[in-house]
Design a protein around this ligand. Structure first.
Ligand SMILES: [Zn+2]
Length: 559
């Protein structure tokens, strides 16, 4: 079996180079890989040099355990590439122009479908069909907002869906209307969105497989080798199976099937069948070990479930998606079937509801190593922190959200009011209390690249480094903690801490080559570190172009 020696750079000995180790011992400069596994590190690896079949020159870079994304939506992110690129648009005319260009370049497309626009670009998130009619008058246009809970359509799409003045208001949805009752062009929540989705063309299997391939290639280029897909419907499973069996996944994915508050009693057989089919496929790239529960919504639309009412809407405290008894029964059921539980909880009442439910599960089903994940944790009542420790919950944060950007300043803080707004994203408090941390991106909600997230966790600053002292600076974490949360922290979440997430002999060679050692870079330069190469089980899934030319093995995919 071939032996590959990686040398000429710095090796992080256990994924994260502990400051102590860095100061006491000489830096490790070599790592040997055989058959996808790390065989030796440091002098032991150098001793194998004469027997190496090939050598990879690290060029003075920093070889780290690769990153892993503890919560993301790679299929949705990949599908966004198949329509007009509107995510970075900063005005309505800019979006309309991007849509017009796309439509002109794709004359054969019956519908123009895109995601995901910035909903703050129009007052109250209400967008007008006429703004799109000017760009595309003849074909339906359907654009999803960044949270996927609202769509903006043109008049042709309203006509195709048969939505007009006489359309009754749907259950669980809202058609925004003009004073005369005719639809404006903005449809909110599933009940209204489905009116148009049911006539729009869906994505084909090939579209979805392409989306998974390109999404995972993007992840590989960001140094990521494992992704928790945090929302999978059974309809999506064939695309994952096809992509995995055709060797078209460039990162491992673990699926979390979404538990439906209305239909969960019927879901277990389908989830078990899908899990079995994925196990039978035997691909190391795909698992389906998890079930996802949305406990609440988001603060910006006042759907996050809060312990006390919103400051700017004293009659509202948000909307839990589950009745507590149903949640307890559903979580206990899926836990008994051996699934890991992954809980979306944004508001402090949702976090408490999650903890209460996890206690019930533990009581009913008895102790076992279950590592439930509570994701997002935007507002946490300090009294609940010790309960996270007691229940063995993994806290999954999206570190990019922990800064005072426009959404935070203009939408979030006014809803929460102070001092409650100061309780947001208590990453350092949870770390100090001993809660295992994992980081994620929630891509495509926010960018998938770990390095800007690491920078934000360490500085609590926006991309333009504001404020100077950081936002809620007590909740900053050091770079060692942040790196661990994006590497070994996620491997712990994935029950894989003995397989990947650190660079030690016997572990899989899942590695990312960085342009600089994050421990030696100024905090405000962390986001500038480049990923030069990514290896999954010793095989390159990404090599920066200049390296791809130099290295003996060709890249699997270069984006
Ligand atoms: Zn998500």
């Amino acid at each position: 079996m071939a032996l590959t020696l990686f040398t000429g750079g710095t090796i992080a000995p256990s994924g994260v180079l502990q400051r102590q180790e860095a100061e006491t011992g000489p830096p490790l400069t070599a790592l040997a890989v055989r058959d996808g596994m790390i065989e030796a590190v440091g002098v032991e690896a150098l001793a194998l040099a004469s027997r190496a079949d090939e050598t990879v020159d690290l060029d003075g870079g920093y070889l780290s355990a690769s990153f892993a994304d503890g919560h993301a939506h790679p299929l949705l992110g990949g599908l966004e590439e198949m329509g007009p690129q509107i995510r970075s648009c900063t005005s309505v005319p800019e979006i309309a122009e991007a849509v017009r260009k796309w439509a002109n370049a794709h004359p054969a497309d019956d519908w123009i479908i895109g995601a995901s626009y910035d909903a703050t670009l129009a007052p109250d998130g209400v967008f007008d069909a006429e703004w799109l009619d000017a760009a595309v008058p003849d074909r339906p246009v359907l654009l999803k907002s960044w949270d996927y809970h609202t769509v903006w359509v043109n008049s042709a799409a309203l006509r195709a869906a048969g939505i007009d003045r006489s359309t009754p208001e749907p259950a669980l949805g809202r058609i925004v209307r003009r004073p005369d009752g005719s639809p404006r062009g903005t449809l909110m929540e599933a009940g209204a969105i489905d009116l148009v989705l049911r006539v729009a063309p869906g994505y084909s299997l090939e579209d979805r497989v392409n989306a998974l391939e390109s999404a995972t290639a993007r992840y590989a280029a960001a140094g990521v080798t494992w992704i928790q897909d945090a929302w999978v419907e059974l309809d999506d499973v064939p695309a994952y199976l096809t992509a995995a069996s055709a060797g078209r996944l460039n990162a491992r994915i673990n699926l979390a099937f979404r538990a439906d508050p209305q239909d969960w009693t019927n879901q277990p057989p389908g989830f078990e069948t899908a899990r079995r089919r994925i196990r039978e496929l035997g691909s190391p790239m795909l698992t389906a070990n998890t079930v996802k529960f949305f406990l609440d919504g988001i603060i910006e639309s006042r759907t996050a479930f809060m312990l006390t009412p919103y400051t700017d809407a004293p009659g509202e405290a948000g909307l839990p998606n589950w009745l507590p008894e149903d949640l307890h029964d559903a979580m206990a059921r899926f836990d008994a079937l051996g699934f890991q539980l992954h809980l979306h909880a944004i508001g402090d009442a949702a976090v408490r509801m999650a903890l209460d439910a996890l206690e019930v599960v533990q009581r009913r089903n008895g102790p076992r190593d279950r590592r439930p994940v509570i994701a997002h944790l935007q507002v946490v009542d300090p009294n609940d922190i010790p309960r996270l420790v007691k229940l063995g919950a993994v806290a999954n944060f999206e570190p990019l959200w922990a800064c005072a950007d426009d959404v935070m300043r203009l939408l979030t803080i006014p809803r929460l009011g102070n001092p409650r707004a100061q309780l947001q994203y208590p990453i350092a408090s949870l770390a100090k209390a001993g809660v295992p941390l994992s980081f994620g991106s929630d891509w495509p909600v926010t960018g998938h690249h770990p390095l800007p997230g690491l920078a934000t966790a360490v500085t609590r600053q926006t991309a333009d480094h504001l404020p100077a002292a950081g936002w809620i600076p007590d909740e900053r974490v050091d770079i060692e903690t942040a790196l661990a949360a994006y590497t070994s922290g996620v491997s712990y979440q994935a029950f894989a801490e003995h397989e990947w997430g650190t660079l030690r002999p016997g572990m899989r060679a899942d590695m990312a080559l960085l342009s600089a050692n994050p421990m030696q870079v100024q905090d405000d330069r962390l986001a500038d570190i480049e990923v030069l190469g990514t290896w999954l089980a010793g095989r390159p899934t990404y090599l920066q172009r200049s390296r791809a030319e130099k290295l003996p093995t060709g890249p699997n995919s270069v984006t």
